[in-house]
Design a protein around this ligand. Sequence first.
Ligand code: PSV
Ligand code: MN
Length: 399
Amino acid sequence: MHDNLTQQIFGALDRFRIELPSWGFADTGTRFGVFRQPAAAVTLDEKFADAGQIHALTGACPTVALHVQWDLPGGAADAPAVERAATAAGVRPGAINPNFFQDQAYKSGSLGNPDPAIRARAVRHGLDSIAAMHALGSRDLSCWFADGSNYPGSASIRARKHWFDEGLRALHDALAGDQRLLVEYKPFEPAFYHTDIGDWGMALLFARAAGPRARVLVDTGHHYQGQNIEQIVAWLLAEDMLGGFHFNDRRYADDDLTMGSIDPYQAFRIFHEIRFFEWDTGTTADIAYMVDQSHNLKGKIEAMIQTVVTAQALYAKAALVDLDTLVRAQAAADIVRAETCLQDAFAIDVRPAIREWRRSHGLPDDPLDAFRQSGYLARITRERAERRDVASASLGSGF
Ligand code: PSV
Ligand code: MN
């Protein structure tokens, strides 16, 4: 490969970091069932250990996103245990995700609940999550809300908007230093008639109203079919309101499939818009790249390695778009030439250069193969099965 291209790929990979989700290592499923995996992580130490393996093999995942209720139910009081688990695994805690869902109290919503006591409870949970961020040195409070309604007329959409404004502002005002509030949108599920933050425009308005530390989080799975996600990305960048991503791929809805498995060109186009923006403005966009996938059928660690390797390759390809030619072609309305700039970069086989980059960083050429050779999966499968046997034996004795 041309030296210049290799250099661009090296530069891109040196910059690119992607955060893993703790929940991607635990048993999860669909509402039709959970297929349990013997190696699935149960404890926080196990989740961090699995994420640490991926970082050790790829060099690209130094942080792990946490969900408060699943990972640190004691909030800030759990911070020392979280720190210990993260340090032992060679990674750091990343974004903190409050659980504004699940609790029975949130049946009719959290920040949008018609009951002021439940709204106050949701705000308290958010503030407790922020206290945990302070204790852990986390930067982003990553907020997704299950709030919405299922039947026309059953909720005051305007009143709920107002309550969300109030609640998000209260959370925003508890942040300090360079901390940020990320507002995630989703047009469906678990509510199906309306969701309180249904699209990027609503998230943008809420983030603007919350204050200067708030930004929008784009989960690639949270869009209707055929939506032009890279246009949303370009607009948010232009408005200085893009805070981060939850990457995954999807076929129909929020399927959480492996990034790039269905439509790698879409992720490439998103990365291209970001690079194009950075090139145009001479700035580096302040974006938290995160994965939001929990694999039900694939091996969880393998699928996550596949994700990271794919993300690196697509990010590297986007770095190869010839932007000078693209800009000239756009200015001349040369549609085919402009389109070809993207297609040509996408078609380049970046794998040899990425292997070289890995070698130069003391990383294995092929992280997935290295993982398969490492014996890690066999060891955790054995250890975690033993732990489960002990747990069920002691449970059994109690009955
Ligand atoms: C909701 O569908 C979501 O995308 C949110 O980001 C949550 O934090 C995550 O999935 C895990 O439930
Ligand atoms: Mn998400």
